[in-house]
Design a protein around this ligand. Structure first.
Ligand code: PHE
Length: 482
């Protein structure tokens, strides 16, 4: 497509993709999942998935964006046409947009909690508080729809403004300031935790691989986490990939993204556990690890309020650079498809996700356990939305792998990948067979009624997908024989 935007600098794609990947997933979710799942073994499974499934799909997703040079929905529409596959494959774009919308809605609410804690830290309100007061403080925040809505609005509003300004002046410039600052802050927090916390205990905990400790649920969570943390299957990476210039190596970039993302998660985990162990607190707090346990640890340490405040700024920045990547694919679609101006398109996405986010807000109070909603669905609206995204993400990733592996022609892939023959063959093998099988397995395992038939169901799903793609092969044969 002529005149399609590209990033100003060669390195911007990497910057943007790392910005998208590093977020609440690394700083909030990863540490509490390790805490709940017994340390090193979880990390081992997580790392294996990143390399065997995450990186190949990451390459596939960037590739689809870069070859189509359009927003995910329009890009997939274009690719299904030019590759004569079923239009069904267009749903990669739609699934991504739906997942991005749903994730943005709750992501903004949780990031909003970090605004609250930044404020509490810098004003020193937590200094005199004892453990009980801190944990009651978190409960009080969750009990207040007004307060949560205020923070949610602030956060999503900021994200919208950045994307609304445009990919160069808004996203690129924003990231160029934010990302280096975040790395500096992360190192400051690490240094602080080495001095004041128990870093040896943290390292021991993270590096002890006792696979027997890991439940099957833990395995699944580790795989799900590797998807979430790399921002896969949501169109975010595809949308950014559309702005990537052609001469940059896909493989090297994808490996760099995965490596930096994993390193940040590990460093954050190390720092957080060192502080929590140092203060003699329990690490298996679940989602409250960052908002209850960590503030308790900071409250006991020298300059805790200041460093605590700085830490929550880090959380906010990381969340912001991720949330803009959730707005971009849908905004870009609205601009391309309906000729909207960028601010209009962003406003549509942000206002809709904001309204959807109110469901998450009231999931912790008005519609909490005991409400009619809870009784009807057996879970809160927030949990329902999270469940949906947990289905959409792997499904999107599975389809991306299959499409890039089977529908793109050898010439196209070679042009995009531009590496050694061995890597080309390896990558194709991974995205054609290994990644789809692994993802299908995890995905089906989450559906309760398939569990007994896991292996045949995985096989059947893959066969149906391959059949759907086979149409291209048939079309080509027909052309040849005509
Ligand atoms: N990767 C982000 C994180 O770890 C979350 C995210 C998912 C962002 C999908 C964009 C798209 O927090």
């Amino acid at each position: 497509m002529s005149g399609h935007n590209v990033w100003t600098h060669k390195g911007t794609f990497l910057l943007a993709a790392v910005g998208s990947a590093v977020g609440l997933g690394n700083l909030w979710r990863f540490p509490y999942l390790i805490g709940e799942n017994g340390g090193g073994a979880f990390i081992l499974v997580y790392a294996l998935t990143i390399f065997a499934v995450g990186i190949p799909i990451l390459i596939a997703e960037i590739m689809l964006g870069r070859t189509s040079r359009r927003s995910p929905i329009m890009g997939m529409r274009h690719l299904t046409k030019t590759h004569r596959t079923f239009r069904f494959w267009e749903s990669i774009g739609w699934l991504g947009a739906a997942a991005a919308f749903l994730i943005l809605s709750f992501y903004s609410v949780i990031a909003g909690w970090a605004i609250h804690y930044t404020w509490l830290m810098f004003t020193g309100s937590l200094l005199e508080a004892d453990a009980q007061a801190i944990s009651e403080g978190f409960t009080a925040l969750l009990a207040s729809p007004a307060l949560m809505t205020l923070y949610h609005t602030l956060f999503i509003g900021c994200s919208g403004v950045i994307v609304g300004i445009g990919i160069h002046k808004g996203i690129e410039s924003g990231l160029r300031i934010m990302m280096p600052a975040l790395f500096v802050i992360l190192l400051v927090v690490l240094a602080y935790s080495v001095i004041n916390g128990d870093i040896a205990a943290a390292a021991r905990f993270l590096l002890t691989f006792n696979v027997a400790n890991l439940s099957i649920e833990g395995w699944l969570q580790a795989m799900g986490q590797s998807f979430f943390t790399l921002s896969l299957g949501m169109g975010a990476i595809m949308a950014y990939g559309a702005y990537m210039t052609s001469e940059i190596s896909l493989t090297r970039t994808a490996i760099a993204i995965a490596f930096i993302d994993t390193a940040v998660a590990m460093v954050a985990g190390l720092a957080i556990f060192a502080l929590v162990f140092g203060a003699g607190l329990d690490i298996a707090q679940g989602p409250g690890l960052m908002f209850i346990t960590l503030p308790m640890a900071f409250a006991e340490m020298p300059m805790g309020a200041l460093i605590g405040g700085v830490f929550f700024i880090l959380v906010l920045g990381a969340a912001l650079s991720s949330s803009i990547s959730l707005i971009e694919p849908v905004a870009a679609y609205l601009v391309e498809r309906f000729d909207m101006t960028r601010p209009q398109a962003v406003a549509v996405m942000v206002i809709a996700a904001w309204a959807m986010g109110l469901l998450t807000v009231i999931s912790f109070n008005i519609w909490a356990e005991g409400s009619i909603f809870h009784a009807l669905f057996g879970r809160s609206a927030f949990e329902l939305i999270e469940l949906l995204t947990n289905v959409f993400m792997p499904l999107g990733g599975l389809m991306i792998a299959l499409f890039a592996g089977w529908a793109l022609t050898q010439t196209e892939v070679k042009k995009e990948l531009d590496t050694s023959a061995t890597w080309f063959v390896t990558w194709r093998f991974l995205v054609r067979f290994v990644s789809p099988a692994a993802v299908a397995f995890v995905f089906l395992r989450t559906l309760p009624y398939v569990q007994g038939y896991l292996v045949p169901a995985t096989g059947a799903l893959l066969l149906v997908s391959l059949f759907a793609l086979g149409q291209r092969w048939i079309a080509k044969r027909r052309q040849l024989t005509q």
